[in-house]
Ligand binder design. Structure first.
Ligand SMILES: N[C@@H](CCC(=O)N[C@@H](CS)C(=O)NCC(=O)O)C(=O)O
Length: 202
């Protein structure tokens, strides 16, 4: 099995954490990829995005949640609860965290554009989604697993560490102590240490 990932991608990180939590890291080849330039990636995934996963299926899988669901089934894991309210709550948490990651990724890219190429209203919209998304996660923090035992908790960890990675000086956690406490408690898990974000060297 092969995972195409970028070391800066919060979506690829989610899958990488899940692989470690499922204990199947030795079975996966991790292929570092630049989604902006890789022709190989675009052949595998028509959207040209990471994560992209090549497994025993006829065609590669993409979308981080979908790949995680495949891996969970493959490893007979419990990252996705059985149908019922617990499953929807976990999937909702994953959706909020992924939304925060998506807005953070867009905002980070926009902040690097020349001033005349930026759209202030779009950037404000991303900031707002990050803020209210984090507030929702803070209210829900008691439900997060300190064993990263579900896909919602994994997505939240990936997203919060992405914010710290991109903006170490913006202290999102000043008003969200429960999320920071939880993140501190899990920070030394091997699944997080082994998959830490790092900048791509040119
Ligand atoms: N919804 C997708 C998002 C994947 C995504 O946006 N990946 C980014 C990196 S964080 C990417 O590959 N961007 C390159 C591009 O958009 O061309 C998922 O959950 O996997």
């Amino acid at each position: 099995m092969k995972l195409y990932y970028a070391p800066t991608s919060p979506f690829a990180r989610k899958v990488r954490i899940a692989i470690y939590e499922l204990g199947i890291e030795a079975l996966v080849e991790f292929v570092e990829t630049d989604p902006w330039t890789s022709a190989e990636l675009r052949q595998l995934n028509p959207l040209g995005k990471v994560p992209t996963f090549v497994c025993g299926l006829e065609q590669p899988l993409f979308e981080s949640g979908l790949i995680c669901e495949y891996l969970n089934q493959y490893a007979d894991g419990e990252l996705f609860p059985e149908p019922g309210a617990p499953r929807w709550n976990v999937l909702r948490r994953q959706a909020v965290a992924d939304g925060v990651s998506a807005s953070a990724g867009r905002l980070f890219a926009d902040e690097r554009r020349a001033a005349n190429e930026r759209a202030a209203t779009v950037m404000e919209r991303q900031r707002q989604a990050i803020d209210t998304g984090l507030d929702a996660l803070e209210r829900d923090a008691a439900a997060l697993s300190d064993q990263l035992a579900d896909i919602g908790s994994i997505a939240v960890a990936s997203s919060l560490q992405y914010l710290d990675f991109r903006w170490p000086d913006r202290h999102w956690s000043v008003t969200r102590p429960a999320l920071r406490g939880w993140l501190n408690d899990i920070a030394q898990r091997p699944s997080l240490v082994q998959t830490a974000y790092r900048t791509i060297q040119p």
